[in-house]
Ligand binder design. Sequence first.
Ligand SMILES: [Zn+2]
Ligand SMILES: [Zn+2]
Length: 331
Amino acid sequence: MRAAVMERAGQPLLVRELEAPGPGPGQIGVRVSACGVCRTDLHIVDGELSEPKLPLVPGHQVVGVVAEIGEGVSGFSVGDRVGIPWLGATCGTCAFCTSGRENLCAQARFTGYHIDGGFAEYAVADARFCFPLPAGYSDLNVAPLLCAGLIGYRALGMAGDSARRIGFYGFGSAAHILAQVCRFQGREVYAFTRPGDVSAKSLALRLGASWAGDSQQLPPVPLDAAILFAPDGALVPLALRAVERGGSVVCAGIHMSDIPSFPYSILWEERALKSVANLTRADAREFLALAPLVPIRTEVEVFSLEALNDALARLRAGRINGSAVVDLAGR
Ligand SMILES: [Zn+2]
Ligand SMILES: [Zn+2]
């Protein structure tokens, strides 16, 4: 199989011929057709997350068709379309796993980080962590739902059901999906982008945002909650100043630059600052059932496996409109 391989942090991925893995007990083998590019992939490749297996095939928004079934697998048949997300394994027995918080399991293993992922023509995964995907989406268009969509959805849940006016800092893959969910739920969206990012602002307004401006600006009205998708700690005090008393600021990324010190007065009055980590399988089931009801439409920029380093460079520079997806079916 062809695969994009990370050998060391800070170096471009190398496209190589590797032997395709076979499924072990409990695993399925998946012929990959598409794999979404996530900001977390960038943090892994750039060395900002320090525990990748090496060499590593990154990629954790994996879409394909079941080609082989390992011993003891139930619930999947050869030919089924399936999604492989970031959460690849948990211990199943710790206090977090047994209280609906498997996203916080200390033994959790993640796809495209501890386990080879989907920037390859073939992948194996623990069947218990894979999902059937909603019909009506192409492989390329459904891929961004698997991380941008569903971890974004978990972040939206942490913003609270009563939050009506929601700000998104960074309007890329996750925000363009979540903006549609917010409109469906009757919430107002306020989009904050890098200064001068005209295309992200116009995408936000096209998807029904009430307002789009630069991240340094205050919104025209106080917000009930803000979600930070951009990995810039300097946005935290800006977002705290933008939210109303009792409002929440939710950091949705796995990595962020340092947060500058800020006066207590912008946190006081019961504002809350939280982070979101990973996903649970319950999040995935709930979000994948909701997506076709909205219905969420993803905007994707498609790259070949050979162009994956370009996709990562453009994501780093904030120059992807919507979501970047690697096409592994050779269309
Ligand atoms: Zn991700
Ligand atoms: Zn556990």
